[in-house]
Design a protein around this ligand. Structure first.
Ligand code: AP5
Length: 198
């Protein structure tokens, strides 16, 4: 089993690249943003609670998202590996994920960190907000708050995995295909090392 965290600020291309990577590598895509939006669409109590935070550009409480990921891991016990998108987003979430994976006798293979300038992030998200219907995309103040949350709380996730030398920075500006090639080259390299040492 080979597990990947696709890491980066809001709008860095995690969702776009995830769609291509899961096809290429046969991984199960776990996006906490998508899981939360499904809960909101179904108007569950969890979704209604989460919406309050998401509409303001703030992170949803750790226990909510950790619970969702734990359920998703159990529901996909036969997966070849997982591609985590938008999770973990705090140090507490990283530590919880490491424990959950250890229980399944696996671990994170690599953290691919997409690097995109703030102005490009804002431009992409405002542009998507014209058509996406996402309430957190159509207001620049909320977009900048999401980016600020990333710097306040989420960049610590990269520090956590850097301790284990698992973080690789990938330029996230350019064409979608060019970025996909850079990500794939790094995954191929890490996967072959993983197989060699097993
Ligand atoms: P989430 O759904 O995870 O959103 P996000 O991280 O803010 O990221 P986005 O989906 O907006 O961006 P992305 O990096 O996936 O980029 P994308 O490919 O879509 O989270 C939303 C909210 O849910 C959070 O604010 C929080 O409240 C809550 N939440 C989620 N997970 C949580 C957690 N673990 N803990 C606590 N709270 C959590 O691309 C963006 C746009 O750019 C698209 O229009 C795309 O077409 C375009 N684009 C992509 N690549 C390129 C390129 N190379 N060139 C030009 N445009 C591009």
């Amino acid at each position: 089993m080979f597990n990947i965290i696709l890491f980066g600020p809001p709008g860095s291309g995690k969702g776009t690249q995830s769609e291509k990577l899961i096809l290429q590598y046969g991984l199960k895509h776990l996006s906490t943003g998508d899981l939360l939006r499904t809960e909101i669409a179904s108007q569950t109590p969890l979704g209604l609670e989460a919406k309050n935070f998401m509409d303001k550009g703030q992170l949803v409480p750790d226990e909510v998202v950790i619970g969702m990921i734990s359920t998703a891991l159990d529901a996909n016990s036969k997966a070849n590996g997982f591609l985590f998108d938008g999770f973990p987003r705090t140090k507490a979430q990283s530590e919880a994920l490491d424990k959950l994976l250890k229980l399944k006798q696996t671990e994170i293979g690599v953290v691919l960190s997409l690097q995109v300038s703030e102005e490009e992030l804002v431009k992409r998200l405002l542009n998507r907000g014209l058509t996406s219907g996402r309430t957190d995309d159509n207001n620049e103040e909320v977009i900048r708050e999401r980016i600020a949350e990333y710097h306040r709380k989420t960049s610590a996730v990269a520090d956590h995995y850097q301790t284990f030398e698992k973080v690789v920075a990938i330029p996230g500006e350019g064409s979608v295909d060019e970025i996909f090639e850079s990500l794939s080259a790094e995954i191929d390299h890490r996967m072959s090392a993983h197989t060699t040492f097993r």
